[in-house]
Design a protein around this ligand. Structure first.
Ligand code: DAK
Length: 257
């Protein structure tokens, strides 16, 4: 692994981002967040992507949270700037127009759990540990955890996890819907590859619109969200994917998206 804060590799339109501060268990400091933001701004410009994978360097940790040593001496104003930069970056990741998959290879705590929550998919290794331990440090989750965690697992469980700061294992994370799948550490890459192949077999624009409908719809009342779905559904008939997808079905062949 190089000394870059983020290692970016790519294969057939699938970009893999490896957060690379293994000595600090990939804790998110300002430099790492700024670098992630820069990488995401570049990825936003591309229309040839299929998926983005995000993981942590080393075998022990996805991300062990925001960097506590760096945060320790921040003033309230500095904390606000830090949180707002991180929130912008996390939102950018969430809103990439392709599926974003967290490969959680170990500790996934605090800001790390919040980063995973912003991904569309989370695949955890069976040794992964999750938690929002911020109250034990005298603060609250500041990278979206108080909002995305209740939306993902429901308010009662989010309150449980955030007010106790307790850590949970991968099996419990799967049971409460925090992650989609749990596999052995050695299987993470193979499962990610299988998943991205499934994405690649589907309409790129359809995936993009489905993602938009879900994210934008969750922030709206049901009627507005359904109207949004109708618009995006209709828009699908304006492109080539719909005629190829439905034509392939009728002609009993595989679609070529
Ligand atoms: N920050 C900085 N360094 C960290 C770190 C972290 N979050 N987590 C681990 N490290 C460093 C350790 O200090 C240690 O460094 P050296 O001593 O070797 O220099 C190295 O990584 C290895 O860690 P350990 O020696 O502790 O390893 P262990 O296996 O014994 O323990 C552990 C692993 C993950 C259980 C433990 O390291 C740990 O408890 N880490 C802290 C986990 C944590 O509390 N995470 C939440 C961080 S707070 C906000 C903005 C953001 C946030 C909140 C508010 N606003 C602006 C309002 C977000 C906050 C957080 O994410």
């Amino acid at each position: 692994m190089s000394d870059k804060l983020i290692e970016v590799t790519e294969k057939e339109g699938v970009v893999r981002l490896t957060l690379n501060r293994p000595k600090a268990l990939n804790a998110l400091n300002s430099d790492l967040i700024a670098e992630l933001n820069k990488v995401l701004v570049d990825l936003e410009q591309r229309d040839d992507l299929r998926a983005v994978l995000i993981t942590g360097a080393g075998e022990k940790s996805f991300v062990a949270g925001a960097d506590i040593s760096e945060m320790r001496d921040k003033t309230p104003e500095e904390a606000r700037v830090f949180a707002s930069q991180a929130l912008t970056t996390v939102k950018r990741l969430e809103r990439l127009p392709v599926p974003v998959v967290a490969l959680v290879n170990g500790f996934c705590l605090g800001g790390g759990c919040e980063l995973a929550l912003a991904c569309d998919w989370a695949i955890a290794s069976d040794n992964a540990i999750f938690g929002q331990p911020e109250v034990g440090l005298g603060v609250i989750p500041g990278f979206g955890g108080t909002q995305r965690l209740p939306r993902r697992v429901g308010p009662a469980l989010a309150l449980d996890l955030i007010t106790t700061g307790r850590k949970i294992d991968a099996a419990e994370a799967l049971r409460i819907g925090l992650v989609n799948r749990v596999v052995s550490a050695g299987e993470l890459d193979a499962v990610a590859e299988e998943l991205t192949k499934q994405f690649a077999g589907n309409g790129r624009q359809a995936i993009r619109s489905a993602k938009q409908a879900i994210h934008d719809g969750m922030d709206q009342d049901l009627d507005s969200a359904l109207a949004l779905e109708t618009s995006l559904f209709a828009l699908g008939f304006a492109g080539e994917e719909q005629s190829e997808g439905m034509g392939a079905f009728v002609e009993k062949r595989k679609p070529n998206f």
